[in-house]
Design a protein around this ligand. Structure first.
Ligand SMILES: Cc1cc2nc3c(=O)[nH]c(=O)nc-3n(C[C@H](O)[C@H](O)[C@H](O)COP(=O)(O)OP(=O)(O)OC[C@H]3O[C@@H](n4cnc5c(N)ncnc54)[C@H](O)[C@@H]3O)c2cc1C
Length: 523
């Protein structure tokens, strides 16, 4: 706890309350990036609450065999912390986790992190203009500002299959891989064909006696331009950081150009489609299997995946791709709609995450006790993916419509962090008690955004994807434009779109917040 913060007995049922200016939830790229930038501007009165036993977020909890990034690592990393040591163009999970741990250590964020601390509820306390953060361990924190870095792809999604509770074998989701369970000689059912599945399927096929892959919709897959980084390249990057910067910029603009096809003219996707079809032909001989894995929707409608190992794994003699729907699961088999029983020892869910529903009801309560999860039942919506009317002093990193189908999420996260810093600076300079986006600004921003997204391949490509909210049919996950356009609109905190509440005389007594809230710093 820092000098500015205070701990005192609670008047609520919580045994202990600790106050900080800023509480960050989560310690992935978002939470750590926010913490690092706060320290950078001289703000040290903050904590990061993390439910896991270590930092790293996505890259700590997803550790299934084959897990790696699909945006080249020289770009998929913080702009301020280049890593000349990436072993491959697309680094494996372990390296990305180690990189994030290194960043947390190097920039002095670790002492601010409280591990094994799950946030249960966030409640806006109107009378004191602060957030009450209740944790599962019984501790309550209060904060003037909360930054959520809880992640957009953090809550596993499971299929609604009859009889799963009857299954006597082993079951786990890719995000909760049980490394102590040996798949050797087992009959494995893999359900799902998303980004995680295509990475772990080759491993499962090599280990298992037999693998059944249950596929609802095949993904479009391109060859992955992965390779080991050479000793020469690593040394070049170490000695001449500008060379690595040039590579990073090159990757960024190459990926950015894909927006032309995704958003502006979906017909340009024909080139990618040709490549993907060629990839199938090259890697699979059996015409029936080729047919099964060839998608019938526009390429790009679902996330385009990359792998050179997936199709060969499906073509192996111990693998079957099952496209008939699953009727039910019994004690030791999966039964498909045609009545066939498929003997099964273990079920692995490669069914992804609840991306369109990142905050369940009963977690975040804003002004007048309104429940954000309830409000977002028809799909989450925020202003610039970051703030929500009725929820003052609360900022989301990787919030609604900030996801990407073509570029690095770290770029979006860093853009949002700059926006939050702008808000904090203004709060300090003008001695503000709270900032809250106007409902009108939020709805007009989203009307414009939904107008733009409606013509994209994600909405009009004829597929069912996790980009689209199941209840409203709205695309609530993706940013429909160039990432530099997002950076442009988040570069400055646009106070005109916000209701600003001035600090009252009594506020300083009511809370332990410093009235000089980050006004002494410049970023
Ligand atoms: C397997 C996989 C591969 C990916 N590959 C790429 C890629 O190649 N390129 C790309 O751009 N993006 C990729 N992504 C997207 C990725 O999620 C983002 O790039 C980025 O890592 C998100 O960081 P984050 O900090 O916002 O969220 P996360 O990394 O998900 O971190 C959220 C953190 O919040 C914690 N948390 C959540 N709820 C609570 C709570 N109630 N209390 C306390 N702590 C809580 C979690 O434990 C977690 O540590 C991938 C995602 C996955 C799942």
């Amino acid at each position: 706890m820092t000098a500015q913060s205070a701990a005192h007995r609670s008047t609520t049922d919580r045994a202990f309350v600790e106050h900080h200016k800023i509480v960050i939830v989560g310690s992935g790229f978002s939470g750590l990036g926010m913490g690092i930038k706060l320290k950078d501007i001289g703000e040290h009165d903050f904590i990061l609450l993390e439910k896991e036993a270590g930092v790293g977020g996505t890259w700590r909890v997803n550790n299934y065999p084959g897990c790696a990034c699909d945006v080249p690592s020289h770009l998929y990393s913080f702009s301020f912390e280049a890593n000349a040591e990436w072993s491959r163009m697309f680094a494996p999970q372990k390296e990305i986790k180690t990189y994030l741990e290194h960043c947390a250590r190097k920039y002095g964020v670790l002492p601010h992190v409280k591990l094994n601390t799950t946030v249960q509820t966030l409640r806006w306390d109107e009378s004191r203009s602060l957030w009450r953060i209740a944790c599962e361990n019984g501790v309550e924190y209060t904060a003037n500002v909360v930054v959520s870095g809880m992640g957009g792809l953090a809550i596993p999604s499971y299929p609604n299959v009859k009889g799963l509770d009857q299954f006597k074998g082993k079951m786990f989701h890719s995000q909760q891989w049980d490394h102590s369970y040996d798949l050797t000689g087992k009959r494995v059912a893999v359900i799902g064909t998303g980004a995680s599945a295509i990475q772990f399927v080759p491993y499962v096929q090599r280990k298992a006696a037999h693998m059944d892959l249950y596929q609802r919709t095949p993904p479009w897959i391109l060859s992955k331009p992965d390779r080991a980084m050479t000793w020469l390249e690593k040394n070049l990057f170490k000695r001449f950081p500008a060379a690595q910067r040039a590579l990073r910029d090159g990757i960024y603009w190459t990926l950015e150009s894909r927006v032309l096809a995704f958003v502006i003219n979906p017909r340009l996707m024909a080139i990618a489609k040709r490549e993907a079809l060629q990839h199938i032909r090259k890697q699979i001989r059996d015409p029936e299997l080729r047919k099964k894995v060839t998608p019938d929707y526009t390429i790009g409608c679902k996330r385009i995946l990359m792998s050179d190992e997936y199709y060969p794994a499906l073509a192996a003699s111990n693998a079957d791709v099952i496209t008939t729907g699953i009727r039910e699961v019994r004690e030791n088999c999966v039964v498909t709609d045609d009545g066939v029983e498929h003997p099964t020892d273990v079920i692995i869910f490669g069914t992804g995450f609840k991306a369109a529903d990142p905050i369940p009801p009963g977690v975040v309560f804003g002004r007048n006790g309104q429940d954000l999860g309830e409000q977002w039942k028809e799909g989450p919506e925020a202003y610039k993916g970051t703030t929500v009317a009725g929820f003052p002093n609360l900022f989301f990193l990787m919030g609604p419509n900030t996801g990407l189908g073509h570029n690095s999420m770290v770029y979006m996260i860093e853009s949002q962090i700059a926006y939050v810093l702008g808000a904090l600076r203004l709060m300090g300079q003008k001695k503000l008690r709270s900032v809250e986006v106007n409902a009108k600004a939020q709805s007009s921003f989203n009307a414009d955004l939904q107008g733009k997204v409606s013509g994209t391949v994600w909405n009009a490509g004829g597929c069912q994807s996790w980009y689209i909210h199941p209840a409203s049919g709205k695309n609530v996950t993706l940013w429909p434009g160039f990432t530099w356009q997002f950076r442009k609109i988040t570069r400055r905190f646009d106070a005109g779109a916000y209701h600003l509440a001035a600090q009252m005389e009594t506020d300083a007594q009511a809370t332990t917040a410093s009235p000089s809230f980050v006004n002494e710093v410049s970023a």
